[in-house]
Design a protein around this ligand. Structure first.
Ligand SMILES: NC(=O)c1ccc[n+]([C@@H]2O[C@H](COP(=O)([O-])OP(=O)(O)OC[C@H]3O[C@@H](n4cnc5c(N)ncnc54)[C@H](OP(=O)(O)O)[C@@H]3O)[C@@H](O)[C@H]2O)c1
Length: 301
């Protein structure tokens, strides 16, 4: 099996390249090698590698910048997935694509099901919904995995920001009125490997059906809850480096950002768990694994 990973420098792309190795030949392309905002670049790369499976882990992910860069966000998140789908169809490849809970408005009082009503409240969410629709409009083999609240030991993300600030400041003020399930990029990558393995077997036996699934750790917390658990874990691993004494819960209104965020980012994952025989571990269990790894190799902070 030949697997192409697009966006190999991203949080999920980086982990994918490592987790996919047992499946076969893994070809990883970065932004420079394949630019999703250029149709010629997409076509040339797919023609060149002719993969069996294409994983699109690349996206315009700067949620706040997207508010003033709608054209770029739509090109990369909205149109490119449709081109990938059309090209994947031509070469008979399976397309794995990541989407987001931001396709929902976050007003539901319980976790979102795959077929709940969409209502993105920011440019990024609208562009990602466009991408889902663009893929679904092509009659080909795809899996869309909607994920949320991703963190990793690399790149800019909430986890790394909180760890850095907890070394520099006595107090942190963290939003407490948005809920979700923080999910380690490693776990998304490992689950994706299972999804690909089963999907390829089904395709081989003509049993495959394209579909959209939710993938997230179990349980829920707020950003404040996430930060508190993270700092507690980090303190256990390195009591001397963590300086912060108080973490104060605040509202979203007290921390204004360019893009609005959904209040509820929780996703029901039963469809994925049942179909692929997977188990979603509690978010705080996976967080412990990630923090242990970051501190045990002393590169984390
Ligand atoms: N992070 C989250 O909380 C979250 C939540 C829900 C869904 N998702 C989705 O999950 C997927 C992966 O997210 P992530 O957090 O791993 O993203 P990430 O760390 O921000 O990485 C994004 C990747 O996309 C690449 N990229 C950006 N513009 C590109 C372009 N025009 N052409 C080719 N590559 C481009 C980036 O390369 P450069 O850095 O070199 O530009 C980077 O490798 C995305 O589809 C995202 O929408 C993420």
């Amino acid at each position: 099996m030949k697997v192409l990973v697009i966006g190999c420098t991203g949080q999920i792309g980086w982990e994918l390249v490592r987790c996919l190795q047992p499946l076969g030949e893994v070809v990883a392309v970065n932004h420079r090698q394949m630019d999703l905002s250029r149709i010629d670049s997409i076509k040339a790369t797919l023609k060149n590698f002719s993969p069996d499976v294409i994983i699109n882990a690349a996206a315009y992910t700067a949620v706040d910048n997207a508010e003033t860069n709608e054209v770029s966000a739509n090109a990369i998140n909205g149109y490119a997935p449709g081109i990938l789908a059309a090209e994947a169809k031509q070469i008979g490849a399976l397309l794995i694509h990541y989407s987001t809970d931001y396709v929902f408005d976050g007003k539901k009082m319980s976790p979102y099901m795959e077929n709940d009503t969409f209502g993105p409240i920011n440019v990024y969410g609208r562009s990602k919904l466009m991408g889902e629709n663009a893929i679904q409009s092509v009659d080909m083999d795809y899996i869309i995995l909607r994920i949320s609240w991703i963190y990793s030991a690399r790149r800019d993300n909430f986890l790394r920001t909180v760890l850095r600030l907890s070394q520099e400041r006595d107090e942190l003020r963290i939003v407490d009125d948005q809920v979700g399930a923080p999910t380690w990029a490693r776990f998304v990558a490992e689950s994706t490997v299972h999804v690909i393995k089963q999907s390829q077997a089904e395709r081989f036996n003509d049993l495959f059906e394209s579909n959209t699934y939710h993938l997230a750790a179990a349980g829920e917390t707020s950003w404040y809850g996430f930060a508190s658990a993270l700092v507690e874990q980090a303190r256990k691993m390195s009591s001397t480096s963590i300086k912060v004494k108080n973490i104060t819960p605040i509202t979203s209104d007290e921390y204004p950002m360019s893009a609005k965020r959904p209040k509820n980012s929780c996703l029901v994952t039963k469809k994925l768990e049942n179909y692929f025989d997977l188990r979603m571990p509690p978010w705080d269990n996976i967080l412990t694994l990630c923090v242990d790894e970051m501190f045990s190799d002393r590169k984390g902070l």
